[in-house]
Design a protein around this ligand. Structure first.
Ligand SMILES: NC(=O)c1ccc[n+]([C@@H]2O[C@H](COP(=O)([O-])OP(=O)(O)OC[C@H]3O[C@@H](n4cnc5c(N)ncnc54)[C@H](O)[C@@H]3O)[C@@H](O)[C@H]2O)c1
Length: 243
């Protein structure tokens, strides 16, 4: 069994990963709060085969340093990275295999795939995205929303906008983004293509945080034998014929 280091092990996601990971991995837990095997990377003497990060973007530097020093591949599920943190992940991929995804649910990745076709085919339609999450979520817009925006922008020359009272009339080249925060919403994403006299809406609702865990763990098994570089989740899905 592979030795998996789970960073952010005591968080909402980490606890769910702990439950499922024990079946297929020797699990080592890491968190700076609460009980865990480790609360500092200096404490780790075990040989770790793969790191799964479900903590916070502010922990990325330390995770990257550990993976770089010990040549351990990294699966990062963290969202809300700033430019420097994104560059650190990219830099790490010169030494080990790295995969980052803001959403490990199958449904969201199917939607991301079909969005390419929809964006190309619905060429004159206005595109808007509405995303809703629980009131504890720190980053905005969601990592999934950013992923959708990148996919749409790969097909059409559009720019994201966050409308407010200064915005005025909608421009043709906008992707309007609307973020709702409240209650215990796990995650909802709607992509709307608005045309004359019709609306096409693609909507995904995550009913439980468990939806993100199985694929994240499968990617951990997949990445251990991969060459050093940055991987996308689409590459994993193509490789596994999952979608
Ligand atoms: N990629 C996906 O599919 C997906 C799905 C859900 C959530 N997420 C992301 O996963 C992350 C965690 O989400 P959550 O809901 O579990 O959050 P959470 O706040 O409940 O848990 C985060 C945990 O990380 C720990 N932590 C914070 N900084 C740390 C550091 N520097 N080193 C080690 N541990 C640290 C905290 O103590 C906490 O236990 C967020 O970025 C969230 O957006 C990703």
């Amino acid at each position: 069994m592979l030795n998996l280091l789970l960073v952010g092990a005591n968080g909402h996601m980490g606890q769910r990963v702990q439950t499922l990971a024990k079946e297929n991995f020797n699990l080592f837990t890491f968190d700076i709060v609460g009980d865990a095997n480790f609360s500092s990377f200096d404490q780790i003497n075990e040989k770790i085969d793969v790191v799964l990060d479900f903590s916070s973007p502010r922990g990325t530097s330390q995770v990257v340093n550990f993976c770089k020093s010990n040549l351990v591949p990294l699966v990062s599920a963290v969202t809300g990275h700033n430019e420097d943190e994104r560059k650190e992940l990219e830099g790490l991929s010169k030494y080990v295999a790295v995969l980052h995804s803001g959403n490990f649910s199958t449904g969201i990745n199917v939607i991301n795939k079909i969005l390419k076709t929809l964006t190309k085919d619905l060429i004159d339609y206005d595109v808007e995205i509405i995303e809703s999450h629980h009131n504890l979520k720190k980053d905005v817009p969601s990592g999934t929303c950013k992923m959708f925006v990148n996919t749409i922008k790969s097909q059409r020359d559009l720019k994201e906008t966050y409308r407010d009272e200064t915005s005025g009339k909608r421009e043709k080249d906008e992707i309007g983004i609307h973020s709702i925060r409240g209650g215990s919403v796990v995650g909802e994403h709607s992509v709307l293509f608005l045309g004359n006299d019709e609306i096409i809406e693609i909507k995904h609702t995550a009913l439980s945080k468990n939806v993100f865990v199985p694929m994240a763990l499968k990617v951990c098994e997949w990445i251990v034998n991969k060459e050093k570089r940055l991987y996308s989740l689409s590459e994993y899905l193509l490789d596994e014929n999952s979608l």
